[in-house]
Design a binder for this molecule. Structure first.
Ligand code: BEZ
Length: 392
């Protein structure tokens, strides 16, 4: 009896001494993990932000509200897809709200500001959409991961597809910012390698949707086809305006898959038949995707899209990292090593990460049929972004 009392007293004193010596060591892996969700809730990308958050929350709910043994708490910021406000917004999350992990965002320009702060502060960042090549290129870091794509990936895949389909002269049209520029650059790289020529590169500032003058210029140029990058509300308007201008029946329109993902309800018949390339499709027909789609539809009374998948996979990636370090986010090297080794069991098909932490994944050629982006073929198998400029 006396021995047991002594040993209990020793344990209590020992534990108290340890806590006094290293309070942080215990705070790191106990209690809630604070996830800073920086996504657009307003503007042309608002629906994309909602789908990402829905997907992320769905995976957390499937895991009983915990990742790596820690309950998940959310702090949200509407970044408005505004790069001018991005640094302040991300600093608020990291410095005022003391989040453990950053998840965001949709817009490439905003994501680059997030990556800068993540790199400076060492905060784990998982990008659930924005394709900015730089994030997994020159700005890459061991604590920055992407669950989505690089802008180069769908563009490059479509360049190859369109060259093989025999198109020779193409006009490109997009928003003038990182995502549009890089999508077109990736497209051009493969299209020109396949023997095609980009005869005109048209653009307008983000998020403008006054397409009329540019559509007139396309009609006058008479290319074999058009390649485009638009997303969200802008993609809805572009597809409708392209058809209304009478161009759809004469000059085939192709795009990175954001053109028709999450937008088909609003685009209606004007999107019918459009071909795009992306790392997801509505008709994959795998058991993994079927289970995901059912769970998503049950939870949100909505069909999922690529953005929902990317949000879901961002949560899966966080779970992999947190489990490897038993919830202790100070073990950054172990967190990173676990993700480098992982195969993420995504609804899109399993993927691994490249050296610069970007998904190595199949890019599908899809065609709109009714309210679905139906898979036509695998346009590029296990396509890896070159990660140009990344030194890891
Ligand atoms: C981007 O800014 O990187 C982006 C936005 C919407 C869809 C895809 C990419």
């Amino acid at each position: 009896m006396k021995t047991r009392l002594l040993s209990t007293a020793f344990t209590t004193v020992f534990a108290a001494a340890l806590l006094a010596a290293a309070p942080g060591a215990f705070a790191q892996n106990t209690g809630k993990v604070k996830v800073g969700l920086m996504l657009p809730a307003t503007g042309t990308f608002a629906a994309l932000g909602t789908a990402i958050e829905n997907g992320f929350r769905l995976y957390v709910a499937e895991r009983g509200g915990k990742l790596g043994g820690r309950e998940v708490e959310f702090v949200r910021v509407d970044d408005e897809s505004d790069p001018a406000k991005a640094t302040d917004n991300v600093n608020k999350l990291v410095k005022r709200d003391n989040v453990d992990v950053l998840v965001g965002t949709v817009h490439s320009g905003v994501a680059m500001a997030m990556a800068r702060v993540a790199k400076e502060t060492g905060t784990v960042l998982i990008v659930p959409n924005a394709g900015a090549d730089a994030v997994t290129g020159p700005m890459c870091a061991v604590n920055i991961f992407r669950s989505s794509f690089s802008n180069w990936q769908p563009g490059y895949a479509m360049g190859d597809v369109m060259a093989k389909r025999g198109h020779k002269k193409v006009v490109t049209i997009t928003w003038k910012y990182a995502a549009g520029d890089e999508s077109v650059k990736g497209f051009k790289e493969a299209f020109e390698k396949g023997g095609g020529t980009v005869v005109k590169e048209l653009s307008l500032p983000f998020p403008n949707v006054e397409f009329q003058a540019l559509l007139t210029e396309i009609a006058a140029t008479k290319p074999d086809a058009v390649y485009t990058f638009f997303a969200g509300g802008g993609a809805v308007k572009f597809v409708k305006d392209y058809a209304a201008a009478g161009l759809k029946k004469n000059i085939p329109l192709y795009g990175a898959g954001f053109l028709t993902d999450g937008t088909l309800e609003a685009q209606g018949a004007d999107a019918e038949g459009l071909m795009t390339t992306l790392h997801y499709a509505d008709s994959l027909g795998t058991p993994r995707d079927g289970a995901f789609r059912l769970a998503y539809a049950k939870s949100y009374k909505l069909q999922p899209d690529v953005y929902a998948v990317q949000g879901y996979d961002a949560a899966q990636m966080l779970a992999v990292g947190l489990e490897a370090v038993k919830g202790d986010l100070s073990r950054k090297a172990d967190f990173a090593a676990a993700l480098q080794k992982a195969r993420i069991d995504s609804p899109r098909g399993a993927f691994s990460l490249s050296k610069s932490n970007n998904p190595v994944q199949d890019i599908y050629l899809r065609q709109v049929s009714g309210k679905e982006n139906k898979i036509v073929s695998v346009a590029s198998k296990a396509l890896s972004d070159p990660g140009r400029g990344c030194k890891l």
